[in-house]
Ligand binder design. Structure first.
Ligand code: SAH
Length: 352
């Protein structure tokens, strides 16, 4: 749309790639850094805004390259202030990104894939199957698109969580390439300790992530207290059972400021009993961990429900009374079908 057939999108390109690109135009290497700072630091999307570059260079860049982010196809504003975006990719696939403002910070929930190949029984994204992996540019593009739509000041404290569509450890190289730029002081400047990667726990990939110098915080979706229960809710548990998963978690090198987060989606009658809570305490004993309890965000396509609040509170109490920090995370945007994958499903079925 509007760009030359061979025009390349610069959003998502690393500093090295941008340097190569300018060198190929016969320009000095440092111009690559100027463009990098412009795209990510200043969030520019028009070569005419690069006032430090000559008009001639701007023209030759514009002839070969463009800077494009996913387009807002639909947006749903929740009463709680969060906004759920359905973003359209260049090949017409859709992904979801959620904007969640709080008093002192804004959290963005990012997708790592269009759809998801992991078949969690309670998850709406799972119903879509895997459509495709996202590129680093599409991951960064979610941040840039929402920053523009919401006019988020560059000084605003941002938190990023990979808790949207997809399993980030099954698309690890683009996720890590995106995180490198998102966390770069010359890029989007979101410190690594404010970026969280949430995973079902693909244990061999946890070992890979552990070896990364620039790694985000890690959250593991535990969601059950026995293998039988977890395999029923998350069939991938048959491949990476609790024993192996928790061994990988114990081996995972934490930085001094860091704790491992375990997410536990509470599903009424499936995983929310006192006995479950006691087993969770046992499973996580000896780990520097905290638990985020997430009452299920229900929808018509799936039969699960959240437990009543008293059950959630009782579950939390068992964890905290045993010294395991546990927090209740009320899903935001419930009135806009904010659970993972719900919006795309709704969009697909209402074909709006
Ligand atoms: N694939 C990754 C990241 C995406 S899901 C993962 O599984 O961690 C992010 C979190 O949302 C997971 O903890 C998942 O268990 C939870 N989740 C999925 N669907 C949900 C729903 N309908 N209500 C509440 N939490 C949900």
């Amino acid at each position: 749309m509007g760009s030359e057939p061979h025009s390349r999108n610069l959003v998502g390109q690393s500093l090295g790639e941008l340097e190569e690109a300018v060198i190929s135009l016969g320009e000095p290497r440092y111009r690559g850094r100027q463009i990098y700072r412009g795209i990510y630091g200043r969030r520019l999307r028009d070569f005419d805004a690069f006032t430090e570059l000559s008009h001639e260079l701007r023209r030759s860049l514009a002839a070969r390259f463009h800077m494009r982010v996913p387009q807002v196809a639909r947006e749903f504003r929740s009463r709680d202030g969060s906004v759920r975006y359905l973003l359209r990719l260049e090949d017409d696939h859709s992904i979801e990104t959620v904007y969640m403002p709080e008093a002192d910070r804004t959290t963005l929930c990012l997708s790592s894939q269009a759809g998801c190949a992991v078949d969690c029984r309670f998850c709406f994204t799972a119903l879509l199957g895997l459509q495709r992996n996202l590129t680093a540019g599409e991951i960064i593009g979610q941040v840039l698109a929402v920053a523009t739509a919401q006019d988020i000041p560059r000084t605003r404290r941002l938190n990023l969580v990979f808790m949207g569509m997809g399993e980030p450890l099954l698309n690890l190289p683009p996720v890590l390439a995106a995180i490198k730029i998102l966390s770069d002081p010359e890029g989007l400047r979101v410190p690594l300790r404010r970026i969280t990667l949430s995973t079902v726990g693909i244990t061999p990939r946890l070992e890979l992530l552990a070896g990364e110098r620039q790694r985000p915080k890690l959250a593991v979706s535990l969601n059950a207290s026995t293998d039988e229960q977890r395999s029923a809710l998350m069939p991938i548990n048959r491949k990476y059972p609790l024993r192996e998963l928790l061994a990988a978690c114990r081996a995972y090198p934490l930085r001094t400021w860091e704790r491992l987060t375990f997410e536990y989606v509470l599903l009424e009658g499936s995983n929310d009993s006192d006995a479950d809570a006691r087993r969770v305490v046992k499973l996580l004993s000896g780990l520097r961990a905290k638990v985020n309890l997430i009452p299920y965000n229900a929808g018509p396509e799936l039969p699960y429900r959240a437990p009543p609040f008293e059950r959630v509170a009782a579950f939390q109490k068992i964890l905290t009374s045993k010294g395991l920090p546990a927090f209740i995370r009320i899903s935001r945007g419930q009135d806009v079908r904010a659970a993972c994958g719900q919006l795309s499903l709704a969009g697909a079925s209402s074909n709006a």
